[in-house]
Ligand binder design. Structure first.
Ligand SMILES: [Zn+2]
Length: 437
């Protein structure tokens, strides 16, 4: 069902006439149920035109222009690629470009195409292909999206415009009355991702897919804020630009309405091209494996022994264990931790010393207990210098427990002593009386 009513007509007309897309119009009209956003873009465009048609042609201040725009959309003059093919292409370096997208529809002056082609099935499919090609094992996923900061500036400008229009009808529009772009994007794309990949979207998932959008054409949109409110834009380490989303938001909360209006067009002007996809990244949160090891060699260090770039010993306990785990979990890197340490020439006997390893960005994470057992056997067969037991997948918290245990545990040392005089009973008593501090 079409969600707008007579009440929304003025606002819808104003926004549509200034180059705003149907979904952004819904957002500014406070449509907060998901269904209307999920219709195809063509359908929405059709519906909104039908909704506005008569009045749009009669009432707009600049009729010829609007007529042309509507006519174009109806006739598809500016839509040479009707079948939608080649709209988005994955290029060699893995980024996604949409070179012809601006020919298909007028690019929305508020969302810069985010709620246009970037929520269509075709784009979702391209992202999913990248996810599948990444080779990660996952049973659910969390999706994160990053929009260019100037979108907030454009959103602000559109808000001021609509607020003014509603004010004429003695109506008010708070910033929170508008449906957030991110929310609407989620409503549309989450079900599509879930369906395409066959797994649920779950905020707690360790597997994250992130998409970063940019819009080079309008990067300058934020710059005036830096001149008016320099305090909001302090250079920070690791940030390429001072115009981060957070800083822009902060400045928009501070700036006076009249100052903003003087500096930035309300409505925002129409861009030529839609956003570009800067990157699509997949990453899996770390998994942890723990166990105990015995060391039988008096010529093996616990961690790689390298001095001034020169390796002193061929291998180490850490390497003998982690090499296998890294391969099997297809992880990017690892962090090893031991409960205590021993010297190169000391053996570790008894039940063995606890260890844990954090496997960073693992591509494979699901193992049966049988597979873990086989992995342990593989490690044990590969060297007679160490043996591993109780190998198991553990939680991050368990690593903390191992480190705590390091403080409390008791250790037993055996030592064989040579002396040049015969040991008497009183010598043993003397030794026993020594208290360890
Ligand atoms: Zn839009």
């Amino acid at each position: 069902m079409f969600p707008l009513t007579e009440e929304n007509k003025h606002v819808a007309q104003l926004l549509f006439g200034t180059g705003t897309c149907p979904r952004c119009i819904f957002r500014f009209c406070g449509v907060d149920f998901h269904a209307p956003y999920k219709h195809s873009y063509e359908e929405l465009l059709n519906d909104i035109q039908k909704f506005l048609k008569d009045e749009l042609i009669l009432e707009v201040p600049n009729p010829p222009l609007k007529k042309i725009r509507l006519q174009e959309l109806e006739d598809g003059i500016d839509n040479p690629s009707q079948n939608g093919e080649n709209k988005i292409s994955v290029i060699e370096d893995g980024s996604i470009a949409s070179p012809n997208s601006n020919l298909n529809v007028n690019v929305c002056n508020v969302c810069l195409g985010i709620l246009q082609e970037f929520c269509e099935k075709e784009f979702i499919k391209k992202v999913c292909q990248k996810v599948e090609a990444s080779g990660f094992e996952f049973t659910n996923l969390v999706f994160s999206v990053s929009f260019p900061p100037q979108l907030s500036v454009r959103e602000h400008a559109a808000w001021l415009l609509v607020k003014q229009e509603m004010g004429k009808q003695s109506l008010s529009l708070g910033r929170n009355d508008i449906v957030q772009l991110k929310e609407a994007y989620k409503w549309i794309t989450y079900p599509l991702f879930s369906e395409e990949l066959g797994v649920p979207i779950d905020g707690k998932s360790l597997f994250e897919v992130s998409v970063v959008f940019a819009h080079p054409e309008t990067v300058g949109d934020c710059h005036f804020l830096g001149k008016i409110l320099p305090d909001c834009f302090k250079p920070a380490q690791n940030k390429q630009s001072v115009f981060t989303r957070m800083a822009v938001m902060k400045a928009l909360n501070k700036i006076k309405e009249e100052d903003f209006r003087k500096q930035f067009p309300c409505p925002p002007n129409s861009p030529k091209a839609v956003c570009t996809v800067l990157e699509i990244e997949c990453a899996h949160g770390a998994v942890f494996v723990a166990g105990r090891y015995n060391k039988y060699s008096r010529n093996l260090s616990q961690t790689p022994w390298i001095i001034d770039g020169e390796r002193k010993l061929e291998s180490s306990v850490e390497e003998l264990i982690s090499d296998h785990l890294l391969t099997v979990f297809k992880a990017e890197s690892f962090n090893f931790s031991f409960s205590g340490r021993e010297d190169v020439d000391v053996r570790t006997l008894g039940n063995g010393r606890p260890f844990a390893i954090e496997l960073v960005n693992p591509h494979r994470v699901h193992f049966t207990s049988q597979e873990i057992k086989e992995l342990q056997q593989k490690i044990n067969k590969s060297s007679n210098k160490i043996q591993v037991r109780d190998l198991q997948l553990v939680s991050r918290e368990a690593i903390g427990h191992m480190k705590e245990g390091e403080e409390e545990k008791t250790k037993t040392y055996s030592a064989l002593i040579w002396t040049n005089k015969v040991i008497q009973k009183k010598d043993i008593e003397f030794l026993n009386d020594i208290k360890v501090v």
